[in-house]
Design a protein around this ligand. Structure first.
Ligand code: GAL
Length: 427
């Protein structure tokens, strides 16, 4: 397969009918002192962090009324279709949350839904404050920049309940291998504790577990090869990852299909499950619940992925035909400010996209993640729409849905091989 586009994050190379349900306000004529912001940030940690962004904005822009058009559903699984309907219907929010890479460019820039925001990068010194390669490779088309990042999540983190592990005599060091993690799972299973908490009512959380496991087996180089077409989805190494992913299904919480990602994290906090492989938006949930690092919860890289950082970055756009363009520009300017980045990220679990923030304002997890970002291989997430076109992202979710039921490795692999071909011929 070849998802070779210039903005495809192979950051290794770099560092190495909702239309009808729209909020009534969005139909206001331009010039109204309003701003409609679309996102999927509705969990406890996500809302707290979003509110922090609103607060900074309001301080800088008194008198503008914010219309929070968030649509719940982790990973944007429910929000994105709503957004597409609105965009196609000519009813855009002023600005919306998006991941860089294929999602931003393929879903929003190419169809003409976004305005470039280069002037902000020029006038606000962002040219130097944000990692240039990220901006250039993932958010730029024909020299026009289309988004500003609020923060950068690390996708490949394995979280655990410290007390529950201690109680069961399980020690986790700085890293964990697959063998160690399965040994821990067996120990927990023997005492009736589901080891691995998953909330895949939106299947993406299972796809996330698979994505992390895949990286753990094929490594950063394999990741680059897989997404630039040099490695195929039926490669023996990919199949090995599928096998491990199948094995993991034996240790899941029995109610996983009924839970959302944040409910699974809550189960971890409550000691009902021991581990969860989830991006560090999970940290936002721990913080919101006032849990203490190390004492209540801990983390390591998902097994096998130490040295790699799956980037799940969150940016905001400027809508073409934004009903409140001035307010939207001010919003983007605010997001890119140090003040907003320092207010938002400590609550969200992500690290600031700006590299010139005051590190002392961040806790131990964030320090760990910032270190990882600066030294590890940076890789684009497929599950979060960065590394491959939306059609393939969907095909992966569908294939994961089928696989967790039939556990047929050949079907899983062949489906993805075909999905690559289809997404290429659709170009
Ligand atoms: C990701 C997003 C994160 C977080 C997560 C769970 O796609 O980048 O900010 O919101 O979904 O909803």
């Amino acid at each position: 397969m070849c998802f070779k586009i210039s903005h495809c994050f192979l950051l290794v190379a770099l560092a190495t009918c909702f239309f009808l349900l729209q909020p009534a306000d969005s139909a206001q004529p331009a010039g109204e002192n309003k701003l409609e912001i679309f996102s999927w940030w509705t969990s406890g940690g996500e809302s707290a962090a979003l509110n922090a962004l609103f607060d900074v904005y309001k301080k800088q822009n008194a008198g503008v009324e914010i219309v929070n058009a968030a649509v719940s559903g982790g990973g944007g699984s429910a929000a994105r279709p709503v957004l597409q309907t609105r965009l196609a219907g000519g009813n855009p929010p002023d600005t919306w949350q998006t991941h860089p890479g294929y999602e931003l460019i393929g879903q929003y820039v190419d169809p003409g839904y976004c305005e470039p925001i280069n002037e902000l990068y020029k006038t606000d010194g962002w040219d130097t404050a944000f990692p240039k390669e990220l901006v250039v490779n993932l958010m730029t088309k024909d020299r026009k920049i289309y988004s500003v990042l609020a923060g950068i999540h690390r996708g490949n983190v394995l979280w655990y309940n410290t007390k529950l592990l201690e109680k069961n005599g399980i020690k986790v060091g700085d890293q964990m291998t697959f063998d160690q993690s399965f040994a821990a799972c067996d120990k927990l299973k023997a005492v009736g504790v589901p080891a691995l908490g998953v909330g895949d009512s939106g299947i993406w959380a299972s796809a996330q577990l698979f994505e992390n496991t895949l990286l753990g087996v094929i490594g950063a180089k394999g990741w680059v090869d897989l997404f630039d077409g040099s490695m195929q989805w039926d490669d023996p190494k990919v199949k090995e990852a599928m096998k491990l992913f199948a094995k993991m299904q034996d240790y899941l919480n029995p109610d996983h299909t009924a839970l959302s990602w944040d409910q699974a994290i809550k189960a971890l906090m409550d000691g009902k499950v021991a581990f969860s492989s989830m991006g560090d938006w999970a940290d936002g949930e721990f913080l919101k619940a006032n849990l203490k690092e190390k004492e209540d919860f801990g983390w390591v890289s998902h097994p096998g992925t130490d040295g790699s950082f799956i980037v799940v970055a969150d940016g905001f756009t400027l809508a073409k035909g934004a009903p409140h363009k001035e307010a939207a520009m001010a919003w983007l300017k605010s997001i890119g400010s140090k003040e907003a980045q320092e207010a938002f990220n400590p609550l969200k679990g992500s690290i600031p996209a700006r590299t010139d923030v005051d590190r002392s304002k961040f806790d131990g997890y964030h320090q760990w993640s910032m270190d990882s970002f600066s030294k590890d291989k940076l890789l684009a997430s497929c599950v979060h729409g960065e590394a491959a076109p939306a059609a393939f992202q969907q095909a992966l979710n569908d294939a994961v849905t089928a696989f967790v039921v039939d556990k047929n490795i050949d079907n899983f692999a062949n489906t993805l091989v075909e999905a690559v071909k289809e997404s290429q011929s659709a170009k």
